[in-house]
Design a protein around this ligand. Structure first.
Ligand code: CDP
Length: 203
């Protein structure tokens, strides 16, 4: 399974993280949530660092913190993600991860289009904004964060617009990606659909 890569892209809180973790566990692949890279840069920028310098200095330990999940870091991450020097500094790490022995799942915004254009499987996971905001609100309030549904919906919409409209590596469906709309799908069904698609492409 060396070099077998699954690229899972989609807008904020679409369920791609949950699906990625589940399919990685199912097939025994390694999983990289690439959003964490941008969130880790954002956390350093919020603490006063220069965005490009922070991206170049990133180490895997920076990805561990629970503080990366806050709405403030989320907003900032989509702001640093428009900076070409930030994106460029993160490419090699992501491509090395994708090429590791044993197979890899990477989820993000530009995995199938820019980071791993030759991925064996490309999924594009979507859901309508209301559904996505409801899921994210449940997740954040479940962690004890003081958020309102309206704030979460506004965050999701603002990040989607910024991620889709940016010049560098915008969020879009790769030509050869399969779209999975999870608006009316249970997690179990979305995972089963993904597992079937991936299984069908395995050598
Ligand atoms: O979990 P959620 O879908 O809310 O966001 P995330 O995947 O953690 O990504 C946070 C932000 O990082 C996104 O809004 C994007 O601006 C940026 N990002 C990106 O530009 N490219 C990626 N491959 C992954 C994330």
């Amino acid at each position: 399974m060396n070099g077998f890569t699954v690229a899972i892209d989609g807008p904020a809180a679409s369920g791609k993280g949950t699906i990625s973790k589940a399919v990685a566990a199912h097939f025994g692949f390694a999983h990289l949530d690439t959003g964490l890279l941008y969130r880790a840069v954002a956390a350093k920028v919020l603490a006063g660092a220069d965005p490009a310098a922070a991206a170049r200095a990133l180490v895997t330990d920076d990805l561990e913190s629970d503080a990366l999940r806050t709405p403030e870091v989320a907003q900032k991450s989509s702001q640093v993600a428009v900076i070409p020097q930030v994106r460029a500094a993160l490419v090699d790490f992501q491509r090395s991860f994708a090429a590791r022995a044993g197979g890899a799942v990477l989820d993000g915004r530009d995995i199938g289009t820019v980071i791993c254009p030759d991925a064996q499987v490309k999924l594009f996971v979507t859901a309508n904004a209301q559904v996505r905001a409801r899921r994210r609100f449940k997740e954040l309030s479940g962690k004890g964060m003081d958020v309102t549904f309206e704030d979460v919906l506004a965050d999701v919409k603002a990040r989607d617009a910024r991620d889709r409209d940016r010049a560098e590596a915008p969020l879009k469906l790769a030509e050869d990606a399969v779209e999975i709309d999870t608006s009316a799908l249970s997690i179990a069904d979305a995972v089963a659909t993904s597992v079937a698609l991936i299984g069908g492409r395995m050598p």
